[in-house]
Design a protein around this ligand. Structure first.
Ligand code: HEC
Ligand code: HEC
Ligand code: HEC
Length: 282
C-alpha cells in the first residue's frame, strides 16, 4: 500500500495547510519547470510552444468532478415560501442528493444553479485583482457588475494564463446611487431587522447602513433597492486530475482549439489563434 505523505496530492487541501509551513507552495516548487517535466512525454512540444499556460490550465481540465458546485446564485428571489418558477428545479432524473445535485431554492438565500464537471474560464493573471470594497469603490456602472476578477491582460509580461471558476448571480444594490449593498442577514447586534428573520430587504439595508461606518461616511441607504447582475472569477487550484486526463495528451490540440472551448477574446485574441486569430501588440 502506498503511504500518503504530506508532499503527495493525497492531502485535504487548503483546510489542512498550516501557516507554519510558510507561503502556499506553487506547482513548480515541487515539480520543477514545465519544460523539464514533460521531456519524452506526448505533450513535450505543446508545453514548449505554450509558455504562457500555467500548469493548472492543463492539469485541472474540469472541477467539481464528483461533488456539485454552485455556479449561479440569485439573491433576488429570496424570501419566498416556495421555489419560484424562475428558479429551475434540479435537472430531470437528478435527485437532490446533496452531493451531485443539491437543493435549488432556499428561502434565506434565493436560487442556486449547480454544476459538476465544469470546465474553467481562462484569464491572464499576475497575482493582482479587481475588487469592489465597501465604502471605497462600491458603485457599479455596467452589468454584470464585476465583483472580483484578475486585473492582468496579455500585455503584462509577467502574467500567465490560469483557470477560474465563473460565478454569476444577482445581488442587492441601492437603486438611486448604484451602490452595491451588504445586507444585515442575522442576529440583532447590528440592528433589529436581520433579513433572515424579517425578510424585509429595505429594513435590513437600513440596519446595515446605520451600522457600517463606511456607509455612514458615504452614501448610506437611500431607501430604494434593486437586484443587479453580478459576476466574479475565482481561482482554481484544487482537483489536479490523473495525468492521463490532462489537456494536450497525445498532441490533443483539439482539447483546446477549433471548437471555441476557450473564450479567446478574453485572452486578447480576435478568435482562436489556431484558426487565424491574432493579438494586437503595442
Ligand atoms: C499544455 C498542457 C500542459 C501544461 C501547461 C503542463 N502540463 Fe503537465 N502534463 C500534461 C500532459 C498531457 C501530461 C501527460 C503526458 C503523457 O503522459 O504523455 C503531463 C504530465 C505531467 C506530469 C507527469 C510526468 C510523468 O513523468 O509522468 C507531471 C508531474 C506534470 N505534468 C506536472 C506539470 C506541472 C507542474 C506543470 C507546470 C509547471 C505542467 N505539468 C504543465 C499537460 C500539461
Ligand atoms: C507539495 C508538493 C507538490 C505540489 C505543490 C504539487 N505537487 Fe503534484 N505531485 C506531488 C507528488 C509528491 C506527486 C506524486 C509523484 C509520484 O507519485 O511520482 C505529484 C503528482 C502529480 C502529478 C501526476 C499525477 C499522476 O497521474 O500520476 C501531476 C500531473 C501533478 N502532480 C501536477 C501538479 C500541479 C498541476 C500542481 C499545482 C497545482 C502540483 N502538482 C502541485 C507533489 C506536489
Ligand atoms: C490546454 C489547452 C491547449 C492545448 C492542448 C493546445 N493549445 Fe494552443 N493555445 C492555447 C491557448 C490558451 C493559447 C493562447 C496563448 C496566449 O494567449 O499566449 C494558445 C495559442 C496557440 C497558438 C498561437 C501561438 C502564438 O503565440 O501565436 C497556436 C498556433 C496554437 N496554440 C496551436 C496549438 C497546437 C498546434 C496544439 C496541439 C499540438 C495546441 N495549440 C494545443 C491552448 C491550448
Amino acid at each position: 500500500m502506498r503511504r500518503a505523505t504530506l508532499i503527495d496530492h493525497g492531502i485535504g487541501g487548503m483546510a489542512y495547510h498550516s501557516t507554519d509551513e510558510g507561503v502556499m507552495k506553487e506547482c513548480e516548487d515541487c515539480h520543477g519547470a514545465a519544460t523539464s517535466i514533460h521531456v519524452g512525454t506526448s505533450v513535450e512540444n505543446t508545453v514548449r510552444t505554450h509558455e504562457r499556460l500555467a500548469c493548472q490550465v492543463c492539469h485541472i481540465p474540469t472541477f467539481s468532478r464528483k461533488v456539485a458546485t454552485y455556479v449561479d446564485w440569485r439573491w433576488g428571489v429570496a424570501g419566498l415560501d416556495a421555489r419560484p418558477a424562475s428558479c429551475a428545479a434540479a435537472p430531470t432524473g437528478v435527485a437532490a442528493d446533496g452531493v451531485t445535485q443539491r437543493t435549488t431554492y432556499v428561502k434565506n438565500k434565493g436560487c442556486f444553479t449547480w454544476a459538476t464537471n465544469v470546465r474553467p474560464s481562462l484569464r491572464y493573471y499576475d497575482g493582482k485583482w479587481n475588487r469592489m470594497i465597501v465604502g471605497f469603490n462600491d458603485k457599479w456602472t455596467t452589468q454584470p457588475v464585476d465583483l472580483g476578477s484578475p486585473s492582468a491582460s496579455y500585455l503584462d509580461a509577467s502574467a500567465k494564463i490560469y483557470p477560474f471558476k465563473k460565478m454569476t448571480g444577482n445581488q442587492v444594490a441601492d437603486a438611486n446611487n448604484k451602490t452595491m449593498m451588504v445586507p444585515h442577514l442575522y442576529g440583532t447586534v447590528t440592528g433589529p431587522n436581520p433579513y433572515w428573520a424579517k425578510f424585509d430587504w429595505a429594513a435590513s439595508l437600513t440596519d446595515a447602513a446605520n451600522y457600517l461606518p463606511a456607509y455612514n461616511a458615504g452614501p448610506g441607504f437611500t431607501g430604494a433597492f434593486e437586484f443587479v447582475e453580478t459576476v466574479m472569477l475565482l481561482k482554481v487550484d484544487h482537483e489536479v486530475a490523473p495525468k492521463e486526463q490532462a489537456y494536450g495528451k497525445d498532441n490533443g490540440c483539439a482539447d483546446c482549439h477549433f471548437a471555441d472551448q476557450i473564450d479567446w477574446t478574453a485572452l486578447g485574441w480576435t478568435k482562436d489563434p489556431a484558426t487565424g486569430g491574432t493579438q494586437t501588440l503595442p
